[in-house]
Design a protein around this ligand. Structure first.
Ligand code: ASP
Length: 342
């Protein structure tokens, strides 16, 4: 790390920068400049930090595809002038945003680190300072003049994960995220321990391509015992619906009842893409392992393997936005594009 390392800190909102409205007691987004005053430690870091803020910082529950395009555009504009990017973001939808950005930034060769906190930065017991300071240090890590991390990561409570492998698992603990199907990229202790073997090995020398078309004609349907067939029918008849994530049980299993198979068969025939993703946070879909997934396999349902739901839904938006042909859609979805699946 040296004075020449330029980091861009992008503030989108989230608890990290919130303050309590003393009338209602609710947390709301706060002015970014005031937020920075709460972290004088930033001046001690051995790199140059520029900052940029969303005009209207948001609670991340309000995030949508237009915000992702805004974020990708900010990174695109500053890509050549900065060596790394830290995105301050609410934790609620951080895994979705990190996944979306991983697809949108093709051939990324610099770190984009998402972070946030469970307690506001002004709170005495805040987790915000450690998360922010270490994220900046990770974004500034360089070896022989080159960035060490060349992917979209998510840093929370002493661990950097691949962003598109994460899920928010806890609304209360400082350790809010998990990445059950991919080990951490970096761990923070007395030293920063980089696990080089876990990093995404990008194809070298390719120019950054920023994809800004995302198609949100997609839906997630979580199965549960007692699922009402007419609800499924209504969803499948949604005008212009292009893709559906079926959150199945265990290793990709669904009831082998005729109504379900018939409805899916019809929808697939009409051109709907159906992806099998497990409801479990860890492990993988193994279609054909049980009788209850054989039917899905026969219908040529797309195999989500060990992808998270967050990475799957954003992958659909990205592939549909990129006008991926129907002939190759299944093969491309089943291929790891940014290390999001095995
Ligand atoms: N509701 C907040 C948000 O996602 C929670 C957080 O920042 O952790 O913006």
């Amino acid at each position: 790390m040296d004075k020449q390392t330029n980091i861009l800190l992008i503030y989108t909102g989230g608890t990290i920068g919130m303050v309590k409205d003393y009338k209602t007691g609710a947390l709301k987004a706060f002015n970014f400049k005031k937020l920075l005053k709460n972290i004088p430690e930033l001046a001690q870091l051995d790199c140059h930090i520029d900052t940029i803020s969303f005009e209207n910082p948001i609670d991340s529950s309000n995030i949508n595809t237009a915000h992702w395009v805004e974020l990708a555009s900010i990174i695109e504009t500053h890509y050549n002038s900065h060596d790394g990017f830290v995105v301050l973001h609410g934790s609620d939808t951080m895994s979705y945003s990190a996944s979306a950005l991983s697809y949108m930034l093709e051939n990324l060769a610099k770190p984009v680190i998402f972070t946030g906190s469970q307690l506001p930065i002004g709170d005495l017991r805040t987790d915000a300072k450690e998360n922010l300071i270490t994220s900046i240090q990770i974004a500034a890590l360089r070896k022989k003049g080159k960035a060490v991390i060349k992917e979209v990561g998510l840093y929370f409570e002493y661990k950097l994960y691949r962003g598109n492998r994460t899920t928010k698992l806890n609304a209360e603990h400082f350790e809010a995220f998990a990445s059950l199907n991919h080990p951490p990229l970096v761990e923070s202790g007395v030293h920063l321990k980089v696990y080089h073997e876990n990093l995404w090995a990008n194809v070298k020398g390719k120019k950054l391509i920023v994809h800004k078309e995302l198609d949100n004609n997609v839906v997630i349907l979580k199965l549960f015992p007692g699922f009402n067939p007419s609800v499924m029918k209504t969803i499948l008849e949604t005008p212009n619906l292009k893709a559906l994530i079926l959150e199945t049980y265990g290793a990709g299993n669904a009831p082998n009842e005729q109504w379900l198979i018939d409805q899916l068969k019809n929808a697939i025939k009409k051109g709907l893409y159906v992806v099998n993703v497990t409801q479990c946070s860890g492990g993988s879909v193994l279609m054909g392992q049980y009788e209850t997934s054989e039917q899905l396999q026969k219908l040529k349902v797309i195999n989500g393997k060990d992808i998270t739901t967050e990475a799957a839904i954003t992958k659909l938006m990205y592939l549909l936005g990129a006008d991926t042909s129907s002939k190759t859609f299944k093969t491309i979805f089943e291929t790891s594009l940014r290390g999001e699946m095995q």
